[in-house]
Write a protein that binds this ligand. Structure first.
Ligand code: NI
Length: 173
């Protein structure tokens, strides 16, 4: 039975940790992917990194939905960006770990990627537009980077302060 895991909310310290590369390509990896997918769809969200559920492995999932032309979710295992366009694009980003905050973030418009399958096979991948943004957002999570890190200090502090306050409030209830 695939479980849904609780998603860590900022300022949880594990969100700032660095995930380790996957080295064992065994059935438990498929189980982790299934858990991430189920957790992402339940949220609902369009991307989820393992670090967001406290699992410090370089695994993430992305699914922009059928309307975007994606017929199946993208599974990222040990992803590495090998090329970034100089052209950038900007999308309103949000994050399941920073609920209810949305801000535009500018990132390379297109990327090339090295990725691995759950069997450990290497694949290359090209992405652009919203998909490229989502992949970069999820890959950032694997290095403890959050989208608020790209905002002006003023905006970032405002969001951090509100989330810290919400957490304190939740703990006193
Ligand atoms: Ni996120």
């Amino acid at each position: 039975m695939t479980r849904i895991l609780p998603i860590l909310i900022f300022p949880e310290p594990r969100l700032r940790g660095r995930a380790k590369p996957v080295i064992d390509f065994n059935p438990s990896l498929d189980e982790l992917v299934a858990t991430l997918l189920k957790t992402m769809y339940a949220a609902p969200g369009i991307g989820l990194a393992a670090t967001q559920v406290g699992i410090m492995q370089r695994v993430a999932v992305v699914d922009l939905g059928e309307e975007s032309g994606m017929d199946k979710p993208l599974i990222l295992i040990n992803p590495e960006i090998t090329w970034r366009s100089t052209e950038t694009s900007s999308y309103e980003e949000g994050c399941l770990s920073l609920p209810d905050f949305y801000e535009p973030v500018s990132r390379p418009q297109a990327i090339k990627l090295r990725n691995q399958t759950s069997k450990g096979e290497s694949r290359t991948l090209n992405a652009e537009g919203l998909l490229a943004t989502c992949i970069q957002h999820e890959m950032d999570h694997l290095d403890g980077v959050l989208f608020i890190d790209y905002l002006t200090p003023l905006k970032r502090n405002m969001i951090e302060r509100k989330l810290r306050k919400q957490k304190r409030l939740a703990e006193t209830l």
